[in-house]
Structure formats: C-alpha cells, structure tokens
Design a protein around this ligand. Structure first.
Ligand code: SAM
Length: 236
C-alpha cells in the first residue's frame, strides 16, 4: 500500500523497509517483474520493478482499477486480548470492514486497554497488513469506547438506524442469517462472552441476538465465520 511519501515522481515510487523486504524476500522480485500496488484510499494497479539494490526498490506504477467494494458492515467488537487483537484487526481489514467500534465489556480485562497495538501507528500498521493482503486500499476507521453503557445507550441506536444490528451470542434462539447482503452492524463479545445485562442492553438498543450453532468459537474464528456467513456470495 503506497502513500504520498513513497512517490519520487508522478508514476515512480521507492520502497524501503517492510515493503522492500516483502518484495525482495517473500515475492523474490527481480528487475522487470510486476507486482500489485495500490495507493491508500485510492486506486490499485501494477508496479514494474525498474531498479533494486540491497535496501530499496524503485517501481514504475500504473493505477487503473478501483479497490474492491467495502463490506456494508459495521463491526462492534469487545476488546480482545492484545495477542489476538492484532490478528483480528488484520483479518477484518482484509475482509473489507471499514468501520470498527472497539468497546468495553464486563469480561474485558482492564489490562487489554494498555496494549501498544491500540496506538494510532500500530492500528494503522495492522490494518495496512490486512488491506495489502486483500489488495484493498480503503483504510478502515477505528473508534474506541471504553465505557459500555454510554456507547450502547447514546451511540449504538444511531448506528443501528443506518445498519440494523445483530449480536452474536451462543445459546440464543435465533440462528445467524446467511447471504444477508444488506448493511448490518455486528456485535461480537469478549473471550468470556457478553454477560446477560450486556446482551439485554444490546437487544434494547435494537440488536437481534443470533447464534452460530453449538460450537463455541474463539473471537478470531467467530469474526470471519460470521462475516463469511452474512455476506457469502454477495460479491464483496
Ligand atoms: N463462554 C462464552 C459465551 O458463552 O458467551 C464464549 C464467548 S466466545 C469465545 C466469544 C464471542 O464469539 C462470543 O461472545 C460471540 O460473540 C462469538 N461466538 C463464538 N461462538 C459463537 C456461537 N456459537 N454463536 C454465536 N456467537 C459466537
């Protein structure tokens, strides 16, 4: 994923650091090879490697396609533990989620909020990894809310007015819908699950409580399974 700072001419970019390593080591690119490129919040296309030394590569780029359509989903996620958080961020960015609300819940440990991965640079780095994986360029927005009640009472209803809400909760009556295709807000609980008070508040705000069957999935598994189920075959 390219930013303005990478440009050394109107259609020339220079890559160093992580992206150079990826190009040189993982892709094993040589002069003349082509690689996919995209500009942050802009178009995607092709870069041709025109020069390379031990630390930097120069590419001539052509940007001729728009990025994939964003998923019409707002994700409300109880803060996962730091180790899982990075992977979940990368996964949701790769799946096309553009709006993420990280919320508190009773079973979110206070220490989770101390993670360095919540800093703006770290958030961006992990979202970028997900976007690059999926050849997308549109940077997701992350909103952080450390107080559950004001979020659910004051902010969630406005979100639900635009995108109706589901709360994934094991043991509930309704199975999660599939091939939904329409916009939705999806609430996912912490590793210990939402407590009954929280499910009641989410339902009172307008969410429908849904389950995924009897298997209890880890957050990092539940998120892509739920998104895949809701939007499977919908072209995102
Ligand atoms: N013991 C917790 C419970 O019963 O709620 C398990 C929580 S699970 C590890 C973490 C989150 O993933 C849940 O809060 C829910 O949002 C989602 N999840 C995992 N498995 C699910 C299932 N079978 N049905 C619905 N949601 C599920």
């Amino acid at each position: 994923l390219l930013t303005e700072a990478d440009f050394i001419g109107p259609d020339r970019v220079q890559l160093t650091g992580r992206r150079f390593d990826h190009l040189a080591t993982i892709l094993g690119s040589e002069v003349g090879d082509q690689v996919p490129v995209g500009v942050e919040n802009g178009d995607i296309g092709t870069g041709t490697l025109i020069q390379r030394d031990a630390e930097a590569a120069e590419l001539a780029i052509t940007l001729d396609q728009s990025p994939p359509e964003p998923l019409p989903l707002t994700l409300v996620l109880a803060m996962p533990r730091p180790k899982m958080f990075r992977r979940v961020l990368q996964t949701v960015a790769a799946l096309g989620v553009k709006e993420i609300w990280l919320i508190n819940a009773y079973k979110v440990e206070k220490s989770f909020w101390q993670t360095p991965w919540l800093g703006p640079d770290a958030l961006r780095e992990n979202l970028t990894l997900g976007l690059e994986q999926a050849r997308d360029t549109r940077m997701p927005q992350v909103h952080i809310r450390q107080r559950f009640k004001p979020f659910v009472e004051d902010e969630l209803p406005a979100l639900l007015a635009q995108r109706p809400g589901l709360v994934a909760h094991p043991g509930t009556d309704q199975p999660c819908p599939s091939h939904l295709s329409s916009p939705a807000t999806l609430c996912i609980g912490p590793e210990g699950g939402f407590i009954p008070y929280e499910v009641d508040k989410l339902v009172a705000a307008g969410c429908q409580s849904v389950h995924l069957g009897r298997r209890i999935l880890r957050v990092e598994t539940a998120v892509p399974v739920l998104i895949g189920r809701l939007y499977d075959g919908c072209g995102y």
